[in-house]
Design a protein around this ligand. Structure first.
Ligand code: ADP
Ligand code: MG
Length: 256
């Protein structure tokens, strides 16, 4: 092992604003997959009613560069699972490792930093900031990471171009169609060069034709940015585009 090799900080700017950043030393060492969940349980305690055991031992591994679809009936716990995988929530039992890092060992602040840098999220509803333009919305995670406004703008502009919105930079969410809003959300999810992309019914609110466009975009951007994708969906067409399909039923995840 050599100590002499200098390690680039993860947010070092590179000449090509679309080129992924390098990972910091240590992370993903030993070939850890981007995401590994073991024995996940999630129980919600009802205020009056009985406790709800939504997840009852979920094991899940997301490998480098792959796309996995997670399907299951409404209420089966898909969003609950995705929140745990994205370190937005903590399991009642079990572990989640992101690039080999155990989320349980992180403070709230450290978990937020991990999400900001390593994980992109796309939800059913775009969750864009309504008073911000498309460009500003995409810049936000980069500014939070500590990029200069200029670097954030450069990268956000490049990404909005990639998702076909180069002519919509100054539009606010209400001035965009549903499909365009999701395109902005995809650009925002990728602005910090994450290696995991998590999507929760990303086309659930779109008509058939627009849904197809957003599906294609998601997979195109996955390839282009080399991210591993886990997507929760009801849409069979979208699930069929993934390399693996898993079904959540009665609290466990099985191959379909
Ligand atoms: P899905 O995304 O598969 O439709 P969810 O993960 O949203 O399912 O929800 C699974 C179950 O957990 C539902 O019965 C829901 O009511 C319950 N649930 C989800 N979030 C909470 C919460 N914060 N508190 C209590 N119950 C919840
Ligand atoms: Mg859901």
């Amino acid at each position: 092992m050599s100590d002499a090799v200098p390690q680039a900080p993860v947010n070092e700017r590179v000449a090509d604003p679309t080129q992924p950043a390098r990972f910091p030393a240590g992370e993903t060492a030993g070939g850890a997959p981007p995401l590994v969940a073991q024995g996940l349980h999630r129980t919600y305690r009802g205020v009056a009613g009985p406790e709800l055991r939504i997840l009852r031992g979920v094991d899940f591994t997301l490998n480098w560069g792959e796309a996995v679809a997670i399907v299951g009936a409404s209420g089966s716990g898909k969003s609950t699972l995705l929140h745990l995988l994205g370190a937005l929530d903590r399991p009642s039992a079990g572990s989640v490792r992101v690039g080999g890092t155990d989320v349980a060992a992180l403070s709230e602040e450290e978990a937020a930093e991990l999400r900001n840098k390593r994980i992109g999220f796309v939800f059913q509803f775009h969750h864009l900031l309504r008073d911000f333009t498309a460009l500003e919305n995409v810049m936000v995670p980069a500014l939070i990471r500590g990029d200069s406004p200029k670097a954030a703008e450069l990268r956000a502009t490049a990404l909005l171009g990639q998702v076909g919105l180069g002519a919509r930079l100054g539009h606010k969410p209400r001035e965009l169609s549903g499909g365009e809003q999701q395109r902005v959300a995809v650009a925002r999810a990728l602005v910090n060069e994450p290696y995991i992309l998590l999507a929760d019914e990303p086309t659930g609110d779109l008509d058939t034709a627009t849904s197809r466009d957003v599906q294609d975009l998601l997979f195109e951007m996955k390839e282009r940015h080399g991210v591993a994708l886990a997507v929760v969906t009801h849409n069979r067409e979208l699930a069929a585009k993934a390399e693996r399909v898993l079904r959540l039923r009665e609290g466990v995840l099985d191959n379909v």
